[in-house]
Ligand binder design. Structure first.
Ligand code: DX5
Ligand code: ZN
Length: 220
């Protein structure tokens, strides 16, 4: 028996020429979150979208909007993402020296606040801010692109995060992002993950809703 995780399809892998159908497929497949990767070409070597596009997507979907900010100086932009309807806002610990202040600010704005860790960053660095987090996002690839290979060390990092969260802030969700799919989803949930982000595994499938249902069926 495992606790069925929240599935969070990442629209980075979706076809934006038919985004309304892609979002409907995510809903029909049983996703609860829609994962939105914001990239600035500075924190990561790729560029995606900003608040305008997310605000437009907001009109097409009632899923929980789970923004993953891969940008430098995230404190400059979190209010804009909140204003267009992001429900959960996660930024990178490596992107600001003032994570605690920003986590508190995101909560004050009415969103859930998350901290993401690149593969190089130890879970230990969350020690002094874990009570301020609603999400810990363990990156299992180097952020920037979908379709990369899962870095196995992430499994142990999920276990470490689980132990920390259970001890200090049990309401905090542990989310894993990068190279996640049917082949490793169960191991990640058993290690303690509450939410699984999946880009290419879902939107690279010929029938994303069916693939989500198939993955959900593996996780009961
Ligand atoms: C990568 C992003 C991910 C990406 C995952 O930097 O944060 O959310 O969309 O894509 P897959 O699941 O294909 O690794
Ligand atoms: Zn992401």
């Amino acid at each position: 028996m495992i606790r069925p995780p929240i599935l969070a399809p990442s629209v980075l892998s979706a076809d934006f020429a038919r985004i309304a159908q892609e979002l409907d497929a995510a809903r029909d497949g049983g996703a609860r979150y829609l994962h939105l990767d914001v990239m600035d070409g500075r924190f990561v070597p790729n560029i995606t979208w900003g608040p305008k596009i997310i605000g437009d997507l907001r009109k097409l979907s009632e899923l929980v909007f789970d923004a993953h900010l891969m940008i430098v100086e995230p404190e400059r932009y979190v209010d804009d993402f909140r204003a267009v309807g992001c429900d959960r806002i996660t930024f990178h610990l490596e992107a600001t020296p003032h994570a605690q202040r920003l986590l508190a600010h995101i909560r004050d704005g009415g969103a859930k606040a998350g901290l993401a860790l690149c593969p190089q960053t130890p879970v230990e660095l969350l020690q002094d801010v874990i009570e301020d987090c609603d999400t810990v996002l363990v990156m299992s690839v180097n952020p920037g692109f979908s379709g990369q290979r899962f870095i196995p060390r992430a499994l142990d990092k999920v276990r470490e995060a689980r132990a920390l969260v259970d001890r200090r802030n049990p309401a905090c969700l542990i989310e894993v992002d990068g190279g996640v799919g049917a082949e490793n989803a169960r191991d990640l949930v058993e290690a303690g993950a509450d939410a699984l982000v999946m880009g290419s595994a879902v939107f690279g499938a010929s029938d994303p809703a069916a693939e989500l249902r198939r993955i959900r069926a593996l996780l009961v």
